[in-house]
Design a protein around this ligand. Structure first.
Ligand SMILES: C[S@@+](CC[C@H](N)C(=O)[O-])C[C@H]1O[C@@H](n2cnc3c(N)ncnc32)[C@H](O)[C@@H]1O
Length: 282
């Protein structure tokens, strides 16, 4: 009966405060709705009878917290998710990245890696993968383990193939995986340019200058102030005229940074830093 348990906002706030004090993971600026769903999911997953009991178990047992951490964020993703987005990225952004001698990309909130491998495939087809480093980061250690393995249920491959074909109409997706025992292992060579690492958008800082940042379907779980923090981090990481891609349901429109960016193709949520007025003079 845990799925429908009403969770009081003050009780959830007390637990996220406790998690922050005890473990340093800061979920205090996540929306109440997303916290409620995650705690309900965790109680069901670990068969915990009450929220008080969950609080005790999390705060007194670091190993249990580590197990819970892997379920505290929503990790839904897929290969070539939103094919129209990847088609626009392929058509509009990759040719511009090709003008750099070497390319650095930050994929923030990469979850179990499907989006990262999708991008790596497009970069390989554009003959750019060997000149690229992709930093693929997430707060969730369980998701990162899956991302490093690059092995996905074979049941996801049919949808992935359809998505890929909408992006590359004559492409052959079967070149990129080997299926065995119900699982599909992606080509290991795609991994050679990818660095998977833990990075927390709430507490960590910039680590490299990059030309493209993808952070899709992550900001929707943050309150306004935390969204601004993450966007500021991205702005500081992006080079002059760098590109920033957010999810289809996300936007820079209401952000303080909005005026400094233009959408490259309408409704794709791929933005590029504008040339600022001071730069235009020179
Ligand atoms: C819904 S998934 C999106 C995955 C992928 N980008 C996509 O669009 O398909 C959201 C991801 O954001 C990650 N995330 C949530 N809070 C984060 C934080 N503070 N720092 C880094 N990643 C975070 C979650 O762990 C999860 O893997």
């Amino acid at each position: 009966m845990t799925a429908g348990v009403p969770l009081e906002p003050w009780a959830m706030q007390a637990l996220v405060d406790g998690i922050y004090q005890r473990y340093g993971y800061d979920f205090r600026a996540y929306t109440a709705e997303s916290l409620k769903r995650r705690f309900q999911f965790v109680m069901k997953r670990f068969a915990v009878g009450s929220f008080d009991q969950l609080q005790d178990m999390i705060l007194s047992d670091p190993d249990f917290f580590l197990d819970v951490l892997g379920h505290l964020t929503v990790t839904t993703t897929e290969l070539f998710r939103d094919p129209a987005f990847y088609a626009a990225l392929n058509r509009e952004v990759l040719p511009r990245l090709a003008t750099y001698p070497s390319i650095k990309i930050w994929h923030a909130g990469c979850s179990s890696g499907e989006e990262v491998y999708s991008l790596a495939i497009l970069l390989r087809e554009a003959n750019l993968l060997q000149n690229t480093v992709i930093y693929a980061t997430d707060i969730n250690p369980l998701a990162l383990d899956k991302a490093r393995a690059g092995v996905y249920p074979v049941t996801s491959i049919q949808k992935a193939t359809e998505n890929y074909r909408s992006v590359v109409p004559n492409g052959d997706f079967s070149r990129y995986y080997v299926a065995n025992y119900g699982m599909a292992a992606l080509d290991r060579r795609l991994r050679e340019s990818i660095v998977f690492a833990e990075h927390n958008l709430v507490t960590d800082s910039v680590f490299s200058e990059v030309q493209l940042i993808l952070c899709r379907n992550v900001l929707i779980y943050f309150d306004k102030a935390l969204q601004e923090r993450a966007l500021k981090l991205f702005d500081e990481s992006l080079c002059h005229r760098g590109f920033l891609a957010v999810g289809i349901k996300e936007s820079l429109q209401f952000s303080l940074l909005g005026p400094a960016y233009e959408e490259v193709v309408p409704r794709t949520r791929i933005y590029q830093k504008r040339i600022s007025c001071s730069q235009q003079k020179y």
